[in-house]
Structures are given as structure tokens and as C-alpha cells.
Design a protein around this ligand. Structure first.
Ligand code: NAD
Ligand code: LMR
Length: 333
């Protein structure tokens, strides 16, 4: 039995994500929560002939408490998206408070659940969830994750486009490490499971890295004021959630890229800090998952000189964003 809850379930990501979770045969209960429209979304999804029982709640009458009761996995896509000209950090002002309040609900009602944070800025919202859990004395670094899967999905797609064969995309895997915004998104293209064409020019490589780092902006610009990536994010979020659910059910060898607290596995977290040369509290990397959460944080491995400069360029912004999330909870009532 696996209960998955989506907080922000009526939104641009929330609805297609809920659809994909309803289609996952391992999900037996799907709880939907938003400040609007969840009864309708739940009624609609509940007619799909798959195992998950769907329930939808709104804030009145302790809706958050009800939806979170018995949750194994909580996915959070609640919050406002970007408009052209905004950075993800511009969302902090509104989304930090939303994520804090939802995390408080989780800490009280479902403190043992796996928490998958989609709401931006991820580099700050993940520390916010962790600090709320610490305040409530229920912090387990193994179970809080920033969802960075979309960066990995984009890397696979863009590499397959360069190879002129979209059919290869599902078999292409590129580790994307660091964080989830601009220069903190570091694709390790030298480790792509399908190599780039031989003689791929340095300028083309830089353009590809830039496209992966700013793929979100590409969508924000194309949507022209109507929000940011929703459908590709729902796909990526469902893919990550599916891996988490398999790990909870005891499947071995599940590895997923995600932004985690480096204390979640002390030995591999400390080794990663050594590799990057900085005592950061959070970093995204491919992580091995088990029934209790993080089992092992994979090392970055052999990097090219160019990749080493990308990792170093990511660190200052990452440190600032992490601290911003941590101190927001320290200073908020
Ligand atoms: P959206 O505006 O379409 O949907 C957000 C939903 O959150 C809305 O339905 C809204 O009612 C709900 N909401 C707001 N406050 C809430 C609260 N207190 N409790 C419950 N629900 C609440 O936005 P979207 O396009 O779905 O994007 C959501 C977030 O995901 C944004 O912050 C966006 O930047 C982020 N995002 C992250 C990634 C990633 O890779 N991690 C990718 C895409 C988008
Ligand atoms: C993305 O990468 O698409 C998301 O983080 C949304 C955004 O604001 O770009």
C-alpha cells in the first residue's frame, strides 16, 4: 500500500502529475490538496480504471491534515511560477511562505513521509522544509528531496537532438549535479551514456551546457507570461516519484538524481564535499535510494577541466540560496 499526496494538485504541474501518479499501478491512494479545485480534479481522476483511490481536499475543515494522514510520499508543486524576466529566486518572496506552511503540516501529520519538493527556488525551498522539520524535532535528512529530474530529462533530450535521433533519448543518461537554477545546474556531458559526436566543438559543448542550464527560461519565454514548464515537469516528477515508490517497496539499485542534504549519508556526503572542495549542506547528485530514503550519494567521478570550472562556478550561488532558505525559517514565526 502506497499513499502519495500532491500539495498544489490543481495547478499546471499538479494536474498532469496527479494523472501520471494515478496511472502508476504501485500507487494505492492518491491524495490531492490545493487551495482551489481539488474536489473536481479528484472526481475526474477517480474514474480512471487503475488501483489508486483518489481523494481531494481544500483548506477548510482541516483539509491539509486529512490529506496528509497516512502519506508515504508527499510531492509539493504548490506555489507561483516564473514570468519572463524573472529568476527562480524572485519566487522566494511568495513560495518560501507557502512551502514553510505546507512543510509544517507534513511535520505534524506525516513526519515519516518522503518529501519531494518541486516548488521553486528548489535550492532554497528544500532547506526550508528541512528547517521546519528540525523545529518540530522530526528531521530525517534521508527523506527530503529537491526534484531536479527535469534537468536530467532535458539533458537526455537535447543530446539526442544533437545526435539527430530522438529515439535514442530514453537510453541517454547524463548526470546533472549541483542545484536547480542557472549556473548551479551542472551537466556532466563527458559521462553521458551515449557520447556526443567525435570532434564536437568546444563552442557547441558550451552552447549545449547553456541550453540545459537555461532550459527553463526557454519554456518561460515560449509561454509568454502563462507560466513555466508544467507538462515536462509533471513527466519528470512522476518519473522521480516512481523511483522513490520502487525504493520504498524494497527494489534494490534504484538511483535517481536529486538535491539532498549531504548529511543524509555521512560517509558519501563527506566524500562529495571533499570532491567539490566546499562544506555545502546540500548538493544534487545521483543518489541511491532504499526503503528508508538516501542510501548513498554517488561521487561526481572523473570530470573534464571544463566541468571542474562549471562545478566551481555553481558553488557561490548554491551557498547563498541554501543559507537564504535556512535563515528564512530561523527568522520566521
Ligand atoms: P501553477 O500556478 O500552475 O500551480 C500552482 C498551484 O499551487 C496552484 O493550483 C495554486 O492554487 C497552488 N497553491 C498555491 N498556494 C498553495 C497552498 N498554500 N497550498 C496548496 N496549494 C497552493 O504553477 P506551476 O506551473 O504548477 O508551478 C508550481 C511551482 O513549481 C512553481 O514554483 C514553479 O517554479 C515550480 N517548478 C519547478 C520545477 C523543477 O524542476 N523543480 C519545474 C517547473 C516548475
Ligand atoms: C524549470 O526548470 O523549467 C523550472 O524550474 C521552472 C522555471 O522557472 O524555469
Amino acid at each position: 500500500m502506497v499513499k502519495v499526496v500532491v500539495l498544489g494538485a490543481a495547478g499546471g504541474i499538479g494536474q498532469p502529475l496527479a494523472l501520471l501518479l494515478k496511472a502508476n499501478p504501485l500507487v494505492t491512494e492518491l491524495g490531492l490538496y490545493d487551495i482551489v479545485n481539488t474536489p473536481g480534479v479528484a472526481a475526474d481522476l477517480s474514474h480512471i480504471a487503475t488501483p489508486a483511490k483518489v481523494v481531494g481536499y481544500l483548506p477548510p475543515d482541516e483539509g491539509l491534515k486529512k490529506v496528509l494522514t497516512g502519506a508515504d510520499v508527499v510531492v509539493i508543486p504548490a506555489g507561483i511560477p516564473r514570468k519572463p524576466g524573472m529568476t527562480r529566486d524572485d519566487l522566494f518572496k511568495i513560495n518560501a511562505g507557502i512551502v514553510r506552511d505546507l512543510a509544517t503540516g507534513i511535520a505534524i501529520t506525516a513526519p515519516k513521509a518522503f518529501v519531494l519538493v518541486i516548488s521553486n527556488p528548489v535550492n532554497s525551498t528544500v532547506p526550508i522544509v528541512a528547517e521546519v522539520f528540525k523545529k518540530h524535532g522530526v528531521f530525517d535528512p534521508k527523506k527530503i528531496f529537491g526534484v531536479t529530474t527535469l534537468d536530467v530529462v532535458r539533458a537526455s533530450t537535447f543530446v539526442s537532438e544533437i545526435l539527430g535521433d530522438l529515439g535514442k533519448a530514453p537510453s541517454i543518461s547524463v548526470p546533472v549535479v549541483g542545484g536547480h537554477s542557472g549556473v548551479t545546474i551542472v551537466p556532466l556531458l563527458s559521462q553521458s551514456t551515449v557520447p556526443l559526436p567525435s570532434g564536437f566543438a568546444k563552442s557547441d559543448l558550451e552552447a549545449l551546457v547553456n541550453r540545459i542550464q537555461y532550459g527553463g527560461d526557454e519554456v518561460v519565454k515560449a509561454k509568454d507570461g502563462a507560466g513555466s514548464a508544467t507538462l515536462s515537469m509533471a513527466y519528470a516528477g512522476a518519473e522521480f516519484a516512481a523511483k522513490v515508490i520502487k525504493a520504498i517497496k524494497g527494489e534494490k539499485g534504484i538511483v535517481a538524481p536529486t538535491f539532498v542534504n549531504l548529511a543524509s549519508d555521512k560517509a558519501s556526503g563527506d566524500a562529495l564535499k571533499k570532491e567539490i572542495g566546499q562544506d555545502l549542506e546540500y548538493f544534487s547528485a545521483p543518489v541511491e535510494l532504499g526503503p528508508e530514503g538516501v542510501v548513498f550519494i554517488n561521487p561526481l567521478g572523473k570530470l573534464t577541466d571544463y566541468e571542474k570550472t562549471l562545478v566551481q562556478a555553481a558553488l557561490p550561488e548554491l551557498a547563498i540560496s541554501i543559507e537564504k532558505g535556512v535563515s528564512f525559517i530561523g527568522s520566521s514565526k
